[in-house]
Write a protein that binds this ligand. Structure first.
Ligand code: NDP
Ligand code: 8X3
Length: 251
């Protein structure tokens, strides 16, 4: 039977690559993000391969999250797999120079938004005693790097939520796990540097970073394991990256 996968942050980067990869393998998709036109254009392409529904909402808006997920038509409403991917860094400043709006954005989107979406999907998984939740964490949830402060805190929170959810949902047979990538070339740095493309480009200069497709393939591996196998926590980095601060550039 085809499984239904809800992906947040499907309009770009890792989420979009995952949607493309899973569509080719016949998963039914619910694609979420704020940029409706991007979601529609992706839907147009992918519905040649599978059934696709789009939901446009801001994960920070509690009511919008519940209304959107509550509005799913029959055929899409029973979510088998939730991929909690939406998120970003905002700014890269030492703590004393940090911008309060950036801090709010990272904690509201990466942590609270992830919780709202999960809450909106979870009751039916609990009722069915089945489901699989994948969190896209980060190496920034495993270590802290200079000026990473609040972004790292938000991803450490995702790490804790991943562990806590796995414990609490164990009795229902719901699988919970995280995929934690290192540097992936997406729109991530463009968002972090508020549209400064040149600064964003330099982050990935001089080495081969992960591509969104690399992470998508891993997510597919994780969700296609037999029902008794749960990949609880996976870290993946580019070969050139050893830690958040050690990257072998221009060897
Ligand atoms: P992108 O900027 O390319 O994609 C981010 C996605 O998140 C977009 O689809 C965006 O959609 C969505 N999103 C952001 N804010 C909101 C919001 N308020 N409401 C709804 N959706 C939102 O970055 P990535 O693909 O790299 O990031 C995806 C995830 O991977 C994030 O959680 C990030 O922290 C994590 N990650 C990224 C790494 C990297 O190096 N790139 C490494 C490790 C983890 P829209 O703007 O349309 O709403
Ligand atoms: C994104 C990777 O190293 O920029 O989570 O924090 S990093």
């Amino acid at each position: 039977m085809e499984q239904t996968v809800l992906i947040t942050g499907a309009s770009s980067g890792i989420g979009r690559a995952t949607a493309q990869h899973l569509a080719s393998r016949g998963y039914r998709l619910v694609l979420c993000g704020r940029r409706q036109e991007r979601l529609e254009s992706l839907q147009e392409t992918l519905q040649q391969k599978t059934q696709v529904h789009t939901l446009s909402f801001d994960v920070r808006d509690k009511d919008a999250v519940f209304n959107a997920i509550g509005s799913l038509p029959a055929g899409f409403s029973a979510i088998d797999i939730l991929i909690n991917n939406a998120g970003n860094a905002h700014g890269l400043d030492p703590i004393e120079q940090g911008d309060l709006d950036d801090w709010d954005a990272m904690l509201d989107i990466n942590v609270k938004g992830l919780l709202y979406v999960t809450k909106a999907v979870l009751s039916q998984m609990v009722a069915r005693k089945a489901g699989h939740i994948i969190h896209i964490g980060s190496t920034a949830g495993k270590e802290v790097y200079p000026a990473g402060n609040v972004y790292c805190a938000s991803k450490h929170a995702v790490d804790a939520i991943n562990q806590g959810m796995r414990i609490d949902l164990n009795q229902y047979g719901i699988r919970v796990g995280a995929v934690n990538p290192g540097m992936v070339e997406t729109e991530f740095s463009e968002v972090r540097f508020k549209g400064d493309r040149e600064r964003a480009r330099k982050v990935y200069e001089g080495f081969q970073p992960l591509r969104p497709q690399d992470v998508a393939e891993i997510i597919h591996f994780v969700i296609s394991r037999p029902a008794h196998v749960n990949i609880a926590d996976l870290v993946v980095m580019a070969t050139a990256q050893a830690s958040s601060t050690i990257v072998n550039k221009n060897p």
